[in-house]
Design a protein around this ligand. Structure first.
Ligand SMILES: Nc1ncnc2c1ncn2[C@@H]1O[C@H](COP(=O)(O)OP(=O)(O)O)[C@@H](O)[C@H]1O
Ligand SMILES: [Mg+2]
Length: 277
């Protein structure tokens, strides 16, 4: 594992790990075509937390699914370490799906209610390279990263866990295969405020301890700014603003960003005091 210090906001030195290069997605809908993502180019640098923020319907999940190779692009390229992954197959694609992992909004929907957490996690390990570890050791280590003890999770069924625990288990599952990038699409949106902060802190720790690049997708610009080094703002499928978090908060360029910020009146003050404290 490489040691990656948390990159300062705006650091240009870290290499680009994942990039969208003029990516467009059109869906066929009754009466014609809908452009969900419209010529988006954006770069994600190693070890950074990058937030993609925009109102519902702005194209965030569609972009995420193309980055994850879960949805084909209409045009453009997705570059992983400089290589276009939009047409890779077989072993290359399986490798990509290890390197770039996802955590989605509703952890309950991702569980099979008849399987214990341990069973589910072991299944996810079937294709993983365990190095020198046993499956149990790998599971215990990854549960540790999210602050869960094996005895609190492994023998439990999904309905026996709280929402926050379920989301931690889903993060654990993503970590089992030693990913380089974690894409979290509204991963904290169904949690109440205190649990949300604790899951955000887990993601921060993963960046610090594992050098993970985190792509954090949210409709909530407050969460985005609290948490990210860089913020990308999407409106109607387009990137309207992209920069270091402080620039976006304190010097927004686009009227849409200003409008989103106006909805969170205490953001600047609370961010300032949080940083001073
Ligand atoms: N499979 C699909 N078929 C048709 N339209 C879709 C499909 N998926 C998403 N859309 C549309 O694309 C736009 C962007 O959706 P989405 O990426 O889910 O936005 P967000 O995640 O920002 O809420 C919306 O207008 C949505 O209705
Ligand atoms: Mg979405």
């Amino acid at each position: 594992m490489t040691e990656t210090a948390p990159a300062p906001a705006g650091a240009a030195a870290a290499p680009v790990v994942l990039a969208a290069d003029h990516v467009t997605k059109q869906f066929r809908v009754a009466g014609g075509k809908l452009t969900a993502v419209d010529d988006v180019s954006v770069e994600f640098r190693e070890g950074q937390v990058l937030a993609v923020v925009g109102e519902s319907g702005s194209g965030k999940s569609t972009l995420a699914r193309m980055l994850l190779r879960l949805l084909p692009v209409t045009s453009g390229a997705v570059l992983y370490r400089g290589r276009d992954i939009t047409r890779i197959k077989g072993a290359d694609l399986r490798r990509y799906w290890h390197d770039v992992q996802a955590v989605f909004q509703d952890p309950f929907a991702s569980f099979n209610q008849f399987f214990t957490v341990g069973h589910m996690l072991r299944r996810s390990l079937q294709t993983a390279d365990l190095g020198g570890e046993t499956a149990e050791q790998r599971i215990e280590r990854c549960l540790g990263y999210v602050g869960l003890k094996p005895e609190d999770a492994v023998y439990k069924y999904p309905h026996q866990l709280s929402g926050g625990q379920r989301q931690r288990v889903m993060i654990t599952r993503a970590l089992l295969v030693d990913p380089k990038v974690l894409v979290a699409d509204e991963a904290t949106s169904m949690l109440d405020a205190s649990l949300r902060v604790s899951v955000l802190n887990v993601l921060q720790d993963l960046r610090r301890d594992l050098g993970l690049t985190v792509l954090f997708i949210t409709h909530d610009i407050g969460q985005a700014c609290y948490f990210a080094d860089q913020v990308v703002v999407m409106e109607h499928g387009q990137v309207v603003e992209h920069g270091p978090t402080d620039d976006v908060i304190f010097n927004p360029q686009h009227s849409y960003t200003k409008r989103l910020l106006a909805d969170v009146p205490n953001l600047k003050g609370s961010l300032k005091s949080q940083r001073l404290g």
